[in-house]
Ligand binder design. Structure first.
Ligand code: ADP
Ligand code: MG
Length: 326
């Protein structure tokens, strides 16, 4: 019988050059660069809630780290170290090996050392904590949006939601788009380079895990502003091509979660610089609308110029529970 220690040694222990002490003692020893703040983010993925129980373990390992990289990217922080807490129903070695290979692949891409964790038997549950650095006082937070700022998003939000509906409800996708949508769902690409480059350029930023409308509300609340999205600016063509239905495309764009794109605000004076940063980072960015003065009001200017209020129809775990019990 393989012991927990053998499993950890075989699958999770790797060289950790950036740590004074990594896996194997009671705790890891880390040194933050002088003049920097330690940035910490923790994300838990629960089978049945955040992923399907039969999800491929390699992709799951990637995603467990990637979602936290996305959080640090949204703070304009450089991830450096990770810990990984696993609750596993059984010691299925091939499954654990595949999970670990996804974890190490994501860590390697983003320059992260895995310095510790915990492994226990229980319902399938994966929890990564990421530790990173940002120069003192330079993190991009959610509270800096100002009326008149532009509102931007990276990449193509909505694809992961179309991929999930395809898997769960059999909703058809154009053959040449289904691969992209499933890839967005299973193997999100955190926008670390973009998030770092936007330090000092974006006035507020977050990563989109629960849908644009739902997550944008967090910026509006923290910054005490409103926002107006302009339907004519939204990057919907790719989604319409994938699902063949403009209203489904709009719903996936506004309400779909799990894409891990960056949503940010910036002064209109920064437009040229943002375009240059996007080109340099190889990530498209789209201007969606603007920040307004009326705190908390979120609206969509439709094509015929009439304006609609937008619900926070992002995916909210607790609201889902409430509405079930109501
Ligand atoms: P302790 O009982 O002192 O908490 P453990 O036996 O749980 O120690 O873990 C031994 C070492 O292995 C520790 O350094 C811990 O951080 C590391 N570790 C345990 N599980 C994992 C994991 N899934 N990934 C990475 N490191 C792990
Ligand atoms: Mg332990």
């Amino acid at each position: 019988m393989t012991s927990e220690f053998d499993l950890i040694a075989r699958h999770f222990t790797r060289p950790t050059p950036s740590a004074d002490l990594g896996i194997g003692d009671d705790a890891a020893l880390l040194r933050v660069a002088p003049g920097h703040q330690l940035v910490v983010s923790c994300d838990m993925l629960v089978a049945g809630t955040h992923f399907l129980a039969d999800a491929a373990p390699e992709a799951l390992g990637w995603k467990t780290i990637a979602v936290s990289v996305s959080d640090l990217a949204a703070m304009s922080a450089q991830p450096r170290w990770a810990t990984l807490a696993l609750s596993l129903p059984a010691a299925d070695e091939a499954w654990i090996a595949a999970l670990a290979s996804g974890v190490h692949a994501c860590c390697a891409v983003f320059g992260i050392d895995l310095v510790g964790g915990d492994t226990t038997r229980g319902p399938l549950n994966l929890c990564a904590t990421l530790f990173g650095e940002v120069p003192l006082g330079r993190a991009t937070t959610r509270d800096g949006a100002r009326p008149g700022d532009d509102l931007w998003v990276s990449g193509q939000p909505g694809r992961a939601a179309l991929g999930l509906a395809h898997l769960l409800e059999g909703r058809s996708l154009a053959a040449d788009h289904s691969g992209d949508c499933l890839e967005a769902l299973h193997r999100p690409q955190p926008r670390l380079g973009l998030g770092l480059a936007l330090r000092g350029v974006a006035s507020a930023m977050l990563d989109v895990s629960d849908g644009i409308t739902g997550d944008l509300r967090h910026i509006l609340e923290r910054s005490s502003v409103g926002a107006e999205l302009d339907e004519g600016l939204l990057p919907l063509d790719g989604l319409v091509a994938a699902c063949g239905d403009p209203s489904r495309a709009l719903a996936a764009f506004l309400g779909g979660g799990d894409d891990y794109e960056l949503l940010f605000t910036a002064s209109p004076d920064e437009r040229r610089q943002i375009a240059e940063i996007a080109t340099r980072c190889g990530v498209p960015v789209h201007r969606l609308g603007r920040v307004t003065a009326r705190a908390g009001r979120l609206q969509l200017r439709r094509q015929g110029d009439h304006v609609e209020a937008l619900d926070a129809n992002g995916y909210d775990h607790f609201r889902t529970v409430d509405s079930r019990s109501a």
